[in-house]
Design a protein around this ligand. Structure first.
Ligand code: KG4
Ligand code: ZN
Length: 352
């Protein structure tokens, strides 16, 4: 069974063909980094315009790389939220018109559900991350979804059986990465740049705060972001630290990156560990762009090994936004006859 997945929820145009909810035949992601970089963040209007230009070429490439045609598809699956409304609209309108004109069933998928199901994709071939659990996780499992727009912990008892244990009360972890990177003049997106520089810095150089918020599984990252800002102000004595950073020696920037990253990773790893313990669940999965972070992957693996937990981490390319995860989740909708109608509309704020 072949499903074409489409994701245009944010700033990447992605299409993928997945067989039986797990085997990736193609997964094309067209990044918009070049157009948003100079603004230091995503400009929604520019994002939706670029999606309009790219949606057909990306879908066409996904079909060709998978050596298939629209007529051979069992369904077309589209992410309908949460996300940027203009961006979502492009994917939804495109998917609806293809399904209407070709008579193909349409499946609608929540973006977060897609991230949860990225762990169900086969990770064979060169993408295998050695040392992590292989194959799809059995239920129940704890899922840490950590991206530019979301930071949540879910307990997953089965398809459609999701319980949110906690979520960020302010910034998402990826958002904190992006904002701190902006302060440091490192460009957008900030996560990969900070991850790279952190390798060469000292994670104990600056003792940034960790908001553990004991008593529940919520997160908070805005205080950490402010702590980095305040630290920079005292160091460079300016209200606009990013403009002054050119004069800061790069060793300090590396130490700030490493210390900031350590504070984020400590909180994410500890709270995931506590959630597994309290829920008495032995399996943990992770997804979302920050799931590509090398320190987070390493420390989660250590935590899992120490605690005897099974850890499922998709390759970095399946943690960041992609359409294969949409097709993977769609498979479960399709086999349970959950088909969307032509009245489908995108929803910017869509709870799971
Ligand atoms: O899941 P995603 O691709 O899009 C959203 O749904 O938000 O996540 C994008 C976020 C950005 O904030 C980006 O800075 C962050 O993921 N990110 C990383 C890394 N790669 C991407 N954060 C930390 N380390 C990374 N290696
Ligand atoms: Zn995402």
């Amino acid at each position: 069974m072949l499903i074409l997945g489409i994701d245009t929820s944010c700033d990447d145009t992605s299409a993928s063909v997945v067989e039986d909810g797990k085997r990736i035949l193609s997964n094309i992601v067209s990044s918009q980094e070049d157009i948003h970089k100079k603004y230091g963040g995503i400009v929604p209007e520019l994002a939706s315009r670029r999606h309009i230009e790219m949606i057909w070429p990306v879908v066409d490439e996904a079909l060709k790389s998978a050596n298939t045609k629209l007529d051979e598809l069992s369904a077309v699956a589209v992410c309908y939220g949460p996300g940027l409304i203009g961006s979502l609209l492009v994917g939804c309108s495109f998917a609806k018109s293809v399904c209407f004109s070709k008579g193909i069933p349409l499946v609608s998928v929540n973006h977060i559900e897609g991230h949860i199901f990225s762990s169900f994709l086969d990770e064979g071939g060169p993408l295998v991350d050695k040392g992590f659990a292989q194959g799809a996780p059995e239920f129940p499992f704890i899922s840490l979804i950590v991206s530019g727009g979301h930071t949540s912990l879910y307990r997953v008892d089965g398809f459609r059986r999701y319980k949110e244990l906690g979520r960020t009360r302010d910034d998402a972890a990826g958002e904190a990465y992006d904002k701190v990177a902006k302060l440091l003049g490192l460009g957008y997106p900030g996560g990969p740049a900070i991850d790279r520089l952190a390798h060469e810095g000292n994670p104990a150089a600056v003792d940034f705060p960790r908001a553990y918020l004991p008593g529940d599984f919520d997160f908070s990252f805005s205080g950490l972001k402010t702590a980095v800002l305040n630290f920079l102000r005292t160091k460079v004595g300016s209200r606009k630290p990013n403009a002054e950073l050119r004069t800061l020696n790069s060793e300090l920037v590396k130490d700030i990156c490493a210390s900031f990253q350590q504070a984020v990773v400590d909180v994410l790893v500890r709270k995931t560990e506590w959630a597994a313990k309290e829920e008495k669940v032995r399996r943990v999965t992770i997804s979302g762009g920050v799931g590509a972070n090398s320190a987070l992957r390493r420390e989660l693996a250590l935590m899992a090994k120490k605690g005897g937990l099974q850890l499922f981490i998709p390759p970095a390319a399946l943690c960041t936004d992609n359409a294969a995860m949409i097709a993977a989740a769609a498979y479960h909708h399709f086999i349970t006859h959950d088909i969307a109608g032509m009245e489908l509309n995108p929803v910017a704020y869509l709870p799971l």
